[in-house]
Design a protein around this ligand. Structure first.
Ligand SMILES: [Ca+2]
Ligand SMILES: [Ca+2]
Length: 230
């Protein structure tokens, strides 16, 4: 039977719609049954205060960088999809001139300080390890600062920090965080740094958190190879 001419465009549109929805269904059905996508309900809040700047890697991947290089002082709060065991590696910097070790046109020696809370139970505390890579200014030393080379793989899960010292824990009154600090959840966390809050300017912290038996609710399949890992 011949289709009336005026119905032909409608039939063509219907055909396109059918083909497109079939393609779309195919795309969806390509997802294997064992794949379960994570959602925002699986994330936890990471709160960090660093005097003055930090970047943090979790399980070898960069998850947050302080967006402000030098402000006395800001808090960074981001969502994180946690996976355990969890290796946390943080580079923290007290703001200091790389040659003089001082700030504010070399008039002042600044102090550091760091505190972190992730979810309900991961907190910076005395069990963390730390190492300083930028010291100064040291009275009578020329040049007044010392820089140690930072290992390329300092944030890796397999990095050997077994010879590192434990962090030094500081009272809140010593670090003196700003008023805005109280608007964020840091309950149970300790202020940490290396042994000298004033003269240790670049510090790396590392911690590994075990949660035996922990399994992710989600399954995104075998990890994809990242370009940076090739
Ligand atoms: Ca300093
Ligand atoms: Ca500072």
């Amino acid at each position: 039977m011949k289709m009336p001419l005026r119905l032909a465009p409608i039939a063509a549109i219907l055909l396109v719609v059918i083909i497109m929805s079939s393609l779309s269904a195919q795309r969806r059905s390509r997802l294997p049954a064992h794949i379960l996508k994570p959602n925002m309900g699986d994330t936890v809040t990471l709160n960090v205060y660093a005097d003055n700047w930090f970047k943090i890697y979790i399980n070898g991947k960069l998850v947050a960088t302080d967006s402000i290089e030098f402000m006395p002082h800001n808090i960074v709060s981001v969502d994180v999809l946690p996976e355990y065991p969890m290796t946390i590696a943080v580079m923290a910097r007290d703001y200091a001139d790389a040659i003089t070790g001082r700030e504010y046109e070399n008039t002042n020696i600044g102090d550091g300080g760091f505190i972190l809370k992730l979810g309900e139970d991961v907190v910076s505390n005395a069990s963390w390890k730390a190492k300083c890579y930028f010291f100064g200014p040291i009275e009578g030393q020329n040049p007044p600062v010392t820089h140690l080379p930072i290992p390329e793989d300092w944030f890796g899960q397999d990095f050997d920090d077994s010879q590192w010292e434990p962090v030094t824990v500081y009272e809140e009154a010593t670090v003196r965080p700003p008023q805005v600090f109280r608007d964020y959840d840091f309950e149970g966390a300790s202020f940490v740094w290396t042994s000298d809050l004033d003269l240790h300017n670049t510090v790396i912290f590392r911690a590994t958190i075990e949660k035996p038996g922990w399994k992710p609710r989600w399954n995104t399949g075998t990890p994809s190879r990242r370009i940076e890992d090739l």
